[in-house]
Design a protein. Structure first.
Length: 327
């Protein structure tokens, strides 16, 4: 299943890279492309936010209606009426909040394969050469555990050292070797196949410059994700002040994605983190723009107009049918 997904993403990324011949710019366009694909789900989420604002008075009345009941009965009645309200209004709280994240998962997994195995999926190097380079990279560089999974990236970064171990194989594939040699797998000097390490924080004084620069990936990932989360919560408080009773829960949710982003970028190659950062920046501006275009008040007004038109059309149909039956 994942090989099929990796092949699709590898094909898309390969076209971009061959056309642009710049890995960093290809990654930016790649991120922008999938942000545009996710745009409909983001718009749906924005409209769902407007529905949430509109439903707040009704939810408040439901809670007040059963305030004199026992806790067990009150919770049951409120849950039942809330579900009925959601069903009538066509609102699904789970889908509205989780859909954009669910759509991102296949993208992240597809990109993971492209970053982990660039020789195979981006450059289309012959399989036996890729296997040989990866195997020699593991033994020569002493790659074990999680690092061994990214042997292709290590082979690119240490190509000359590895080729000395396999002169016959190198002589057999001169064009492929030259293609690898010309492949720049870095952005701003950051090796996108390298993985940021927590240990760098503990030994910051003695850490190499490359290791320190690599730390920018998880730090920027956390910062950009936090910025988007703060913006989202500020807008929710502004548009729906009556729906912020569970401030503690909202605060927890605000930290969830940034912390997940921080952990995520310490577990995977820098290329994944770079995508995460670019995606967060684009999401921030997307939130600003959609917040204006699909402001809850405007969206609610449009919903009310549409519902009024639909109701009047239904009433006219009923009246017309009644007259026909009377005749």
């Amino acid at each position: 299943m994942f090989d099929f997904l990796y092949s699709i993403f590898g094909f898309l990324f390969r076209i971009l890279y061959q056309f642009i011949n710049n890995y960093g710019l290809a990654l930016l366009i790649f991120t922008l492309f999938f942000r545009l694909i996710l745009l409909p789900s983001t718009i749906h989420q924005q409209k769902s936010t407007a529905k949430t604002v509109r439903l707040q008075p009704k939810l408040k009345r439901i809670r007040e209606k059963y305030q004199d009941y026992t806790p067990a009965e009150r919770n049951q009645k409120i849950q039942e009426e809330t579900n009925e309200l959601y069903q009538r209004e066509g609102y699904n709280a789970m889908t509205s909040s989780c859909m954009p994240l669910l759509f991102q998962l296949p993208i992240l997994w597809g990109l993971y394969g492209v970053v982990r195995e660039p020789l195979k999926y981006v450059l289309e190097i012959p399989k036996d050469l890729v296997n040989t380079l990866a195997t020699v990279a593991k033994t020569t560089l002493g790659l074990t555990g999680n690092s061994a999974a990214y042997a292709e990236s290590a082979a690119i970064a240490n190509l000359d050292e590895i080729l000395k171990k396999i002169p016959a194989t190198a002589a057999k594939y001169p064009e492929a070797i030259e293609k690898i040699r010309n492949f720049d797998f870095t952005v701003f000097g950051i090796d996108l196949g390298a993985i940021p390490q927590f240990s760098t924080l503990k030994n910051l004084g003695s850490a190499s410059t490359e290791a320190k620069v690599l730390l920018l990936i998880p730090l920027l990932s956390f910062a950009t994700s936090m910025l988007t989360s703060v913006l989202t919560q500020v807008r929710q408080k502004k548009n729906n002040p009556g729906g912020m009773e569970n401030a503690q829960m909202m605060g927890c949710m605000m930290l969830t994605m940034p912390l997940m982003s921080l952990w995520f970028t310490f577990q995977f190659p820098a290329g994944m983190g770079m995508y995460w950062i670019l995606s967060n920046v684009l999401a921030f501006f997307q939130t600003l723009i959609l917040g204006r275009v699909y402001a809850p008040r405007k969206t609610i007004a449009k919903l009310m107009v549409d519902e009024t038109i639909e109701r009047r059309s239904y009433e006219k149909t009923i009246t017309s049918v009644s007259k026909t039956d009377a005749e």
